[in-house]
Write a protein that binds this ligand. Structure first.
Ligand code: M6R
Length: 613
């Protein structure tokens, strides 16, 4: 959480830093700040609220300074915050400085032992409640003539996660950085350099990046980058990656919100993933999945880990793989998995799903599994992210930047990739009949155009949003492979509209939750064609006879007088249906939140990338 950016070069530095911050706002948006070096002094401005607040109140002295004169390099840093230690306030907003205003820092992560360090820095004067301020004072304390040495000494003492950028009046032409368990990426331009939490902040200026690795620290100057690593004394050589995303991909393109744009991008995302991997009847994962056929054939168990929406994707895949691969699949929430004592067997393939590739709990689980010498496969949207680099192999979900905090296209992107991977494994292990394999592949081909059909006319879903936006609670019910879609529908609604919503397996209702039902409770039920439809209908009757208002996702030809409102969807194979069924639920959540006037792309208390546990 939190977005950080640093710049050294000759552009309008305020513009570079603020536009970068705006594209990092999905990482946190309760306060923001900027600091630049001017005449060997630190100029700093911070405000509570979003980046626009900070931008609109920026003092005039910043503007006099923004464009480089006399070939002088401009150096600055900026931050958008998601509060962990200390409430959102100007004092707690980054950048933070030391006692003598010689150093200024922006930080993403948590310094876990900050109280212990603070207690030792008795001569220092602190002006915030943050953990970050301790770091800059520690660097001040360690400074003996070299800023890099001070950084090196300081990071030896801190525990927790951090990505930080620091500038100093002592060495004004440099950006100092360090990272541990939080992402940090250097952007390479002509006579300029950038450093930020995410490539989206730098895409306007470059598509060449160095993805820093854990425990890296170093210096960026206008024409050089020096990367060191705390685990070794040698200077590190880090590869430059070219990212094929464009700045336009990270813009709203006429949509009211990123979330809506991203919902509409799903057909394209699915097509791209299919086209990249399906050639005739063959599914190919050659460049991505580096395991040998022999290794894959030996797999006897699959473990899938994720958080939030990525966890819901994992649950769908459990149903799918157990059906088509006939091997046990265990799914866990990363924050639970890492603290239990899972029994891991060597013939397991462990799959880690994460849009960002930076979710702290997912990465910790990955590292834990790797220690047990088990094959690990990442499923990720960000090339160069920690998951991308650390998993033995990684499937890239080709979604383009997902900016809306509520994950939509990454979810269907994760599903399509793992569906294709499942079919690929099934063929390799000769488990599915040729006919069933072909049927499923054909059904997958049709999904993008079915989603286009749903997106072509959303007026009915908007009407439903208009009818139900004032409700305080919603229940989402489904069975079998669509049960995780009920969970996902409820998560979408609660995170962007703040309406309480629960996803439940429909068959479990009588064991408690049915007590919640009365005439005020809207129940969204997935009743599309499939082997459990009759069972779903029985559950539907149970809620209807307690006066619930029933909104059903169905297909043509499915009739019931107990359904009050019907969202009719194109019919597909039951095991493919989750990819389709989630789309109207994303739209319903979106339109309800929009009707309520919520901050859809940046819901309260949330951040897109959860880099702290
Ligand atoms: O980047 P990740 O996929 O690892 O993120 C996991 C969750 O934080 C994420 O899916 C979150 O639940 C979304 N806000 C859901 O819309």
């Amino acid at each position: 959480m939190c977005g950080i950016i640093g710049y050294i070069g000759r552009r309008n530095i305020v513009e570079v830093l603020i536009s970068g911050l705006k594209s990092l706002e999905y990482r946190g948006y309760d306060s923001s700040g900027i600091a630049v070096l001017k005449n060997k002094k630190i100029l700093r401005h911070r405000t509570v609220g979003k980046v626009v607040q900070m931008e609109s109140t920026i003092p005039a002295e910043f503007h006099h300074f923004v464009v480089s004169k006399n070939e002088e390099n401009l150096v600055g840093i900026a931050h958008t915050r998601w509060a962990t230690h200390g409430k959102p306030s100007e004092e707690n907003a980054h950048p933070h400085t030391d006692c003598k205003q010689k150093f200024v820092i922006v930080h993403n992560g948590i310094i876990e032992n900050f109280i212990e360090i603070k207690n030792k820095l008795t001569k220092h004067k602190f002006s915030s409640e943050t953990d970050t301020e301790v770091l800059v004072h520690l660097i001040e304390e360690k400074y003996k003539g070299s800023v890099l040495d001070a950084v090196k000494e300081a990071i030896k003492l801190v525990h927790g996660s951090f990505a930080f950028v620091l500038i100093s009046t002592y060495e004004p032409d440099k950006l100092f950085f360090a990272r541990k368990d939080s992402p940090l990426i250097i952007g390479l331009g002509e006579n300029e350099k950038f450093i930020a939490s995410d490539v989206t902040a730098m895409l306007k200026y470059t598509n060449k990046f160095i993805f820093l690795e854990n425990d890296d620290y170093g210096i960026v100057t206008i024409d050089d980058i020096k990367v060191y690593n705390t685990k070794t004394t040698a200077l590190q050589n880090r590869n430059v990656a070219v990212v094929n995303w464009t700045a336009q991909m990270a813009e709203k393109a006429g949509f009211k919100h990123f979330m809506l744009k991203e919902i509409y991008e799903q057909p394209q995302v699915l097509r791209e993933n299919i086209t990249a991997r399906v050639f005739g009847e063959d599914i190919v994962f050659n460049d991505e999945v580096k395991f040998s056929s022999a290794q894959l054939k030996k797999i006897k168990k699959i473990l899938i880990i994720g958080c939030g929406t990525s966890y819901h994707a994992a649950l769908v895949i459990k149903y799918l793989y157990e059906q088509i691969l006939k091997i046990p699949v265990e799914v866990d929430i990363a924050s639970e998995f890492r603290y239990r004592e899972p029994v891991l067997s060597k013939d397991t393939l462990a799959i880690f799903i994460s849009q960002s590739g930076e979710t702290a709990d997912t990465l910790a689980s990955l590292r834990m599994v790797k220690e047990n010498k088990i094959l690990t496969l990442g499923v990720c949207n960000v090339i160069g992210s920690s998951l991308y680099r650390e998993a033995d192999s990684t499937i890239y979900i080709r979604c383009g930047p997902e900016i809306g905090v509520a994950s939509t296209k990454a979810f269907t992107g994760q599903l399509i990739c793992l569906y294709l991977f499942g079919l690929y494994l099934a063929k390799l292990k000769s488990i599915l009949s040729e006919q069933r394999y072909q049927e499923l592949l054909n059904s997958l081909y049709k999904v993008p155009s079915y989603i286009e059909h749903i997106l072509a006319d959303t007026s009915y879903i908007k009407q439903l949003a208009e009818m139900f936006y004032m409700k305080k609670d919603f229940l989402y019910l489904a069975r079998g492979i669509n049960y995780p879609i009920a969970l996902e529908g409820a998560l979408k609604l609660k995170e962007i509209s703040y309406i309480h919503a629960e996803g439940y397996p429909a068959g479990e209702m009588k064991h408690g939750p049915i007590a919640l039902i009365d005439k005020d409770m809207p129940v969204v039920i997935i009743a599309t064609k499939g082997s459990l439809l009759q069972k779903v209908f029985s559950n539907l009757e149970e809620v209807k006879s307690r006066d619930a208002k029933v909104i059903a996702l169905t297909n043509y030809g499915i009739e019931s007088k107990s359904i009050d409102y019907k969202i009719v969807l194109p019919e597909t194979d039951e095991i493919i249906s989750p990819i389709l069924n989630v789309v109207p639920l994303q739209l319903l959540a979106y339109y309800i939140a929009d009707r309520l006037g919520c901050e859809i792309d940046q819901p309260r208390n949330l951040a897109k990338s959860v880099t702290v546990e």
